[in-house]
Design a protein around this ligand. Structure first.
Ligand SMILES: [Zn+2]
Length: 720
C-alpha cells in the first residue's frame, strides 16, 4: 500500500453526499497522519525459518495453478475459447469468487519475495481477464455471481496490488471500467450484517483506489459504503449487542467481515484525518481483544462475534472456532493501521499470536484447492482438517495474509527502525542517504533471544526499537557487542537502543517467556496453556486423561521436557504431552482448552453412526428412518447432547439393548436448547443407541435428528 501523500493536479469536482472536509484542497489525498510507517515490502526479506517456509509453500501452490484454469469461467462467459479445467468448488459456482485475491496474493508475494514469476503471473492474469470485461464494464466469472459487492471488492485488491507491486499501469484503466459498472449496478440497500453482500468491506479499497489515482470518484464511492451503523458503536464504546436506534438488536455479527470492515475505517482515517475513524479502530481493537479472542488470537466461533459469555460456551459447542485465513488477514490489516497511526507496538502482539497460532498453525492446502478454513479449539477435542470443497473464501485471503508477514516485520520513522516480528529476516533502510542493513537471526519462539547485526557504510546515529510484548515474564534485557546496556520500554511499548552504530555491531535481545494459564475472562475455566505467545495443545485421543486434572493447581500441572523447548509432560499423567498448537498436523487429535466438565462428555466424533448422517461440525444429523448413533459410557446416567430445530423429528433411545424412551427434538425455532437425560443405571459400562423414527410433530418441517454427543452422569470425573 503506497500511502505516502501524493499531490496531483486535479480539477476540483464537488459531489453532494461526499465526505466531509471537501472544502479543503482536494489535491491532498491523505490527511490522516502516521506516526510510523510500514516499509510496504521494500527492502525486507524473510530468511530461512518457520515463516519463510510457509510463505514458500504458499507461493509454490499459487504459482502452480494454471492460468487457463483460473480464467476459464471469465472466458466462457465472454464467449471466448475457454481452455483449462474447472477448478470446482466455489470457484466454478462463482461463489465469493477469489480470482481478484489470487492476483493480489501473487502481486504481494512478488513484493514480499522478489520472485519475478509471481509478478509475471499476476500481470498475465490481469491482461487475460481484462479481455473478458464487457463494454458496459461487467467483469464477473459468470452471469450468476452470488455476492457482487464482495467479488468487486476482491477484484479491487487484485488490480490495485498489480498496479502497486507489479508496475501494472493498465490495471488502473480496468479499475476505472469495472467501477463505472459498480457505481451503476451495485445495490445500495446497505443492511446491517448483510452477509449476502458484505457491502461494508468496500470502502477500504475504494479509498486505496483514490490514493492510487487521485480520482475523486473513488473517494465519493468509498464514502457510500462506510458502515456507520456498526463503526459508530465502537466510536462511542457502546455495546455491540444492545438495541439499535431502530429498536432492533444484533445477537451476532459475521466475524471475519466485521473485522475486515474496520480496514475501511482505517483507510477513511488516512483519507480524511478525522479522528472519529481512529477512535473506531482503537476501540474496536480493545473490544475484540477483551470479548472475542481466544488464546490463539483467533475469534468468531461459527463465524460469529457474540456476547463474551457465549464465546466461552461456544468452546463446548462447535469445532468451527476460527475462520483462520480470512480472520488472520483482517486482523493483520487492522493491526498494521493501528501500529502505524498510533506508533504503539501493543497492536503487534495480535499479529504475532496469529502468525504463530492462527494463520501460522495452518496445514498446507491440498492440490485440488481445499484449504484449512476453521481452526478447532473444541473442548471435546479437535483436529485440523481442510474443507470438503475447493476454492473457498479462505483460498483468496491465504496468499494475501502469508505475504503480509514480510510487511509486518519492520516499521520506520525518520530516525528509528522498529522491529515488530521476531523472525529470521533482513531489512535494508535508507537513512540519511546511506543504506542501513539489519540482519535478524533467531530461533524464537523456541529460543528467547534474537540477534540483530547492523551493517552501515559509515558510523550512523539512529535508534533500534524492539516491540515489548505483553506476554513478557520479566523485562527485556539487551547487550550490544556482548556488553549489557540499560533499556526500558517507553509508553508505546518499544524498547529503544539509541547510539551511533558501527558496521558489524551486534544487538542481542532477550525476551523472557514463562508458562502460564490463559483464562478468557474472570471465570476460572476453560483454560489454555501458553508460553510467551505460543499456545500449547495436548495430544490425546479423547478427553479421559483430563478427568483427573486439579483445576486449582493448573499452574503446576506441566513439567518441562528436558532439552525439548516448548514441550511439557502432564504432572498427573506422564504419558500426556503438551506441545505448540502449530506443531499438530492434519488429522491428529488434540485438546487446546481444558474444562472440568470435559472428562464427562463424549463428542459425536467418538460415537458410531450407521446410515446416512451429515456432519455439521458441532453435531451430526440425519432424517433417514432407521439410521442409528451409538455411544459407550461408564456411569449411572447419560444425557443426550443436541439441539431443538423446527425441522426436527423423533428418535427411539435404548440403553444396553432395552427400550427407554421416544424423544422429540422438534422446537418452534432453530438452534434451541434440548435436554434429555436418563439416570438410575447400575454403576458400570453401558451403551446408548439413538434410532431415527418415521414419526414427527405435525408442525415440524422434516424429521431430522441431531447428535452432538453424550454426557456421562454419575461416573468418574463426571457431572453428579
Ligand atoms: Zn474465509
Amino acid at each position: 500500500m503506497r500511502y505516502a501523500p501524493i499531490f496531483l493536479g486535479l480539477m476540483l469536482s464537488m459531489s453532494p453526499g461526499g465526505p466531509r472536509a471537501l472544502a479543503e484542497d482536494p489535491r491532498v489525498l491523505q490527511r490522516g497522519a502516521r506516526l510510523i510507517e510500514p516499509f510496504d515490502f521494500r527492502g525486507v526479506a524473510l530468511q530461512p525459518g518457520p515463516l519463510k517456509t510457509q510463505v514458500d509453500e504458499v507461493r509454490a501452490f499459487y504459482l502452480a495453478v494454471p492460468d487457463d484454469d483460473l480464467l476459464k469461467g471469465f472466458r466462457a462467459r465472454a464467449g471466448h475459447p475457454a481452455l483449462g479445467k474447472d477448478l470446482d468448488g466455489w470457484y466454478t459456482s462463482d461463489t465469493f469468487h477469489v480470482f481478484g485475491q489470487v492476483v493480489s496474493g501473487l502481486a504481494r508475494l512478488h513484493a514480499a519475495t522478489g520472485d519475478p514469476a509471481c509478478k509475471e503471473k499476476a500481470n498475465r492474469l490481469v491482461e487475460e481477464w481484462a479481455k473478458c470485461i464487457e463494454p458496459d464494464g461487467y467483469f464477473f466469472a459468470s452471469r450468476k455471481p452470488n455476492a457482487p459487492h464482495y467479488i468487486y471488492d476482491k477484484m479491487l485488491w487484485g488490480l490495485l496490488d498489480a498496479h502497486a507491486y507489479c508496475g501494472n499501469e493498465q490495471a488502473l484503466r480496468h479499475l476505472d471500467r469495472i467501477t463505472d459498472w459498480a457505481i451503476r449496478h451495485l445495490d445500495r440497500g446497505r443492511r446491517v450484517n448483510d452477509t449476502s453482500t458484505e457491502w461494508y468491506t468496500l470502502s477500504e479499497n475504494l479509498y486505496r483506489a483514490h490514493f492510487a489515482t487521485g480520482d475523486l470518484k473513488y473517494r465519493d464511492f468509498a464514502h457510500v459504503w462506510e458502515y456507520r451503523d456498526y463503526w459508530d458503536i465502537y466510536a462511542r464504546n457502546g455495546d455491540l449487542f444492545a438495541p439499535r436506534p431502530d429498536g432492533r438488536r444484533n445477537e451476532a455479527y459475521h466475524a471475519y467481515s466485521h473485522v475486515n470492515t474496520l480496514g475501511g475505517a482505517g483507510a477513511a482515517y488516512l483519507a480524511t484525518g478525522d479522528v472519529h475513524y481512529l477512535e473506531v479502530i482503537r476501540n474496536a481493537y480493545e473490544t475484540i481483544q477483551r470479548d472475542q479472542c481466544y488464546a490463539t488470537g483467533g475469534y468468531g466461533p461459527d463465524e460469529m462475534l457474540l456476547p463474551a459469555a457465549r464465546i466461552l460456551e461456544k468452546l463446548g459447542e462447535t469445532h468451527n472456532s476460527f475462520e483462520t485465513q480470512c480472520g488472520s488477514w483482517a486482523a493483520f490489516k487492522l493491526s498494521k493501521y493501528l501500529i502505524s497511526f498510533t506508533g504503539d507496538a501493543k497492536y503487534g502482539d495480535w499479529v504475532e499470536r496469529l502468525a504463530i497460532n492462527g494463520l501460522g498453525a495452518s496445514p498446507p492446502m491440498t492440490p485440488d484447492g481445499r484449504v484449512f478454513y476453521y481452526s478447532d479449539y473444541c473442548l471435546h477435542g479437535g483436529t485440523k482438517r481442510n474443507t470438503d470443497f475447493g476454492w473457498s473464501c479462505c483460498t483468496g485471503t491465504r496468499p494475501q495474509a502469508f505475504a503480509d508477514y514480510a510487511d509486518q516485520a519492520y516499521f520506520h520513522d525518520a530516525d528509528s527502525i522498529y522491529v515488530n516480528l521476531f523472525t529470521p529476516s533482513t531489512i535494508t533502510w535508507n537513512h540519511a542517504g546511506d543504506p542501513i542493513r539489519l540482519a535478524q537471526a533467531t530461533t524464537f519462539p523456541e529460543g528467547e533471544e534474537t540477534r540483530l547485526t547492523v551493517a552501515v557504510p559509515r558510523p550512523q546515529a539512529f535508534a533500534i526499537k524492539v516491540r515489548t510484548p505483553g506476554w513478557l515474564a520479566s523485562p527485556i534485557t539487551a547487550r550490544v557487542n556482548g556488553e549489557p546496556v540499560e533499556v526500558r520500554p517507553d509508553e508505546r511499548h518499544w524498547t529503544t537502543i539509541r547510539r551511533t552504530w558501527n558496521d558489524g555491531d551486534v544487538v542481542s535481545i532477550r525476551l523472557p517467556m514463562r508458562l502460564s494459564v490463559s483464562r478468557p475472562s474472570s471465570r476460572r475455566t476453560p483454560d489454555a496453556f501458553t508460553i510467551g505467545p505460543v499456545v500449547l495443545a495436548f495430544a490425546a485421543p479423547n478427553a479421559r486423561p483430563f478427568a483427573r486434572v486439579d483445576f486449582d493447581a493448573l499452574e503446576n500441572a506441566l513439567v518441562p521436557m528436558d532439552g525439548r523447548p516448548l514441550r511439557y509432560r502432564a504432572a498427573w499423567d506422564s504419558s500426556l504431552v503438551a506441545r505448540p498448537f502449530a506443531s499438530f498436523g492434519a488429522g491428529e487429535r488434540y485438546f487446546v482448552y481444558l474444562d472440568p466438565s470435559m472428562g464427562s462428555r463424549i463428542p459425536h466424533l467418538d460415537m458410531q453412526f450407521r446410515g446416512r448422517w451429515n456432519d455439521a461440525g458441532a453435531f451430526r444429523f440425519s432424517n433417514e428412518v432407521g439410521a442409528t448413533a451409538e455411544g459407550q459410557f461408564e456411569g449411572t446416567g447419560v444425557r443426550w447432547l443436541g439441539k431443538r430445530f423446527d425441522d426436527a423429528g423423533t428418535a427411539e433411545v435404548s440403553i444396553d439393548g432395552k427400550f427407554v424412551a421416544v424423544v422429540d427434538q422438534f422446537g418452534p425455532g432453530r438452534d434451541l436448547p434440548f435436554d434429555w437425560s436418563h439416570r438410575g443405571l447400575s454403576p458400570g459400562r453401558h451403551a446408548i443407541r439413538i434410532t431415527v423414527l418415521e414419526r414427527k410433530a405435525d408442525a415440524s418441517l422434516n424429521r431430522f435428528v441431531n447428535v452432538a454427543g453424550i454426557e456421562v452422569l454419575g461416573g468418574a470425573g463426571s457431572t453428579p
